[in-house]
Design a protein around this ligand. Structure first.
Ligand SMILES: Nc1nc2c(ncn2[C@@H]2O[C@H](COP(=O)(O)OP(=O)(O)O)[C@@H](O)[C@H]2O)c(=O)[nH]1
Ligand SMILES: [Mg+2]
Length: 165
């Protein structure tokens, strides 16, 4: 029987959540570059081992989908907060974290400072100082970052399991 571990991706629209799901779960050639806002949710699975799969679930970034967040968060083992790495986007993400802090209590959480390829991108350490949670740099449109992204999620979950056990 396959065991599913739920990981929720949250963050403002345009941060790169859908791109990250594609990078980690689909064939890399299928990466597309046109932006389509996610209607409500996007998801994909990563196979961890013969018995375990990770379901990545995107929480639609637009305000009118926020009502779904409590449901999507329920049962999530980990939350990955995806943000663009501009000061403006990071501050917006910080507000989002503050707004949902009660819901995020006790959940394993990391942030991804995405779009590190863009000029003027804030360093992950600076983003981490503002967000107050472990933050890792990422370029979700770069197929070479696939393993890096995969590791962030798998190690995050492993850390959590160790803490729990
Ligand atoms: N330059 C650059 N663009 C990216 C990166 N990640 C995503 N994008 C682009 O940002 C846009 C929004 O991405 P999307 O995954 O749809 O964002 P979502 O709203 O968070 O799901 C798309 O046009 C992506 O191609 C990245 O690391 N670098
Ligand atoms: Mg999306």
């Amino acid at each position: 029987m396959t065991h599913y571990v739920k990981v929720a991706l949250m963050g403002s629209g345009f941060a790169g959540k859908s791109t990250l799901i594609k990078l980690l779960t689909d064939k890399v050639e299928k990466l597309k570059c046109n932006y389509t806002p996610t209607a409500g949710m996007d998801c994909g699975t990563i196979t961890l081992d013969s018995a375990t799969k990770i379901s990545l679930i995107e929480m639609g970034g637009q305000a009118h989908f926020e009502f779904m967040w409590p449901d999507l968060l329920r049962g999530s083992k980990m939350v990955v907060v995806v943000t663009e790495s501009t000061p403006k986007a990071v501050l917006k993400t910080r507000q989002l974290l503050h707004k949902y802090k009660d819901m995020l209590q006790g959940v394993q959480i990391i942030a991804i400072a995405n779009k590190q390829d863009l000029p003027g991108a804030m360093k992950p350490e600076s983003v981490q100082d503002l967000l107050g949670i472990p933050t890792y740099g990422m370029v979700a449109v770069d197929p070479k970052q696939r393993v890096h992204g995969y590791r962030l999620i798998v190690e995050g979950l492993r850390g959590m399991i160790q803490v729990a056990g």
